[in-house]
Design a protein around this ligand. Sequence first.
Ligand SMILES: C[C@@H](CNC(N)=O)C(=O)O
Ligand SMILES: [Zn+2]
Ligand SMILES: [Zn+2]
Ligand SMILES: [Zn+2]
Length: 513
Amino acid sequence: MAVVNSLSGINIKSSQNRLLIKNGQVVNFDGIEEADVYIEDGIIKQVGRNLIIPGGTRTIDATRKLVMPGGIDPHTHFELEMMGAKTADDFYKGTRAAVAGGTTTVIDFVLPNKGQSLIEAYNNWREKADNKVCCDYGLHVGVTWWSPSVKKEMQQLVAEHGVNSFKVFMAYKDTWMLDDYELCQVFETCAELKALPQVHAENGHIIARNTEKLLAAGVTTPEGHELSRDEEVEAEAVNRACVIANQMNAPLYIVHMMSKSAVDALRNARLRQRRAIIGETLAATVGTDGMHYTNACFRHAAAHVLSPPLRPDPDTPEAIIKALAEDDLQLIGSDNCTFTEKDKEKGKDDFTKIPNGVNGVEDRMAILWQKAVNTGMMDPCRFVAVTSATAARVFNLWPAKGCVAVGSDADVVVWDPQLERTISAAAHHHATDFNIFEGTRVVGSPQYVIVNGRVCLDDGELRVAEGLGKFLPTPANCPYLYDGKPPLSPQGSPRYASESPQNSPARVTNGNT
Ligand SMILES: C[C@@H](CNC(N)=O)C(=O)O
Ligand SMILES: [Zn+2]
Ligand SMILES: [Zn+2]
Ligand SMILES: [Zn+2]
């Protein structure tokens, strides 16, 4: 019979992995407090001062450090085969890099080929990931073709496989792209299932025609990639996707928003929208820009090729950070989709053959901290919102994930705001030899990363366990999307047309409201 300390639910006898994080400042999306955190068997059991701590507990001294929820990266592509290549970061190396950077949950994408069963593809992803992940992971499923059987499989994926989000592509003509009528049906089905449609918003037809003309004119370098799809090609699709979602009475999640024009389109659409629209941006978008496409070194230029592309407008990173800080954008992912030099070279003579994707899962949090918090554009609470809490709410993982609170999973980062380092491929944990943030000096990084109660980054030493992570079902019917229970994202939810000013949700301040 276990002796249980009634005061704090501590199970003296049988528990293990007891950890106390002492003297830190606990930072959640809605406030900061001086508090100690006691963890037992992978769960946060106590938060506060003068805690009851049993013998045999390891103590981490977090003096002058911030204690934050583990990062949640809602956008990764490990072991993805596309454009004749396979992403270099597999589920072990990719999640190992994530943990090294303070991210303790990732959500990856099942991308079926056109005509392939969605459930068959889902099972393939589970087989690739389940025994390799170093942290918990969820799955979005791509809807890359449409038929009544696809609709049926979406129902099954929601009902039986813990999927609550489906991505459609308005670009990648001939491989993953759907037309507007198909988009209507996918969004409608998501609304019926109370699931979340996600969209890759670029006009695939314009890209195809521009590409034909660029290649005919002899433009084959990586610069052609951005020239084929400038900001308005993205912004037009953002608006069109918002209109379709509104017409189908569905919420919408726009992945990898890369430009000021796209944010403007989202901001305007939101005024008309009945349901939430979530705007995601990337570490790449705030940490670098599209000037690299003109670099004379093919390896360098091609390493920055992703879709939508990075923008040559040098004001983009700051504008995107401002949008994130002011809740015009809601969260930041990485879209980690790394390829080796050899695979990127498939596009040496034709930019359309450069596999699209960049790194980001390891550096996402440090890059944003450096570019947004250290510059005074974003406070630590908003940083926690955009790197963790909002993703937990959007994908219905809250409050198990995305907060440091009693009962939450013990996914915790002890963040050292003084820890200074320079990002480099020589030091990173990716399976590739190029880092798009090469040479960036960052002040602020994780000192400890606790994953389900285990210290996996231990005072800078990475000690992950392959397979420690588990699949994380993401339930449908998210209250922040379907019950209109704001605030979807901290500092108030995006303004909706249906909301009259007097009953708009109290804007969450950084104090408890
Ligand atoms: C397939 C994946 C490739 N990465 C990228 N954004 O270029 C995506 O479109 O998100
Ligand atoms: Zn995409
Ligand atoms: Zn170079
Ligand atoms: Zn992606």
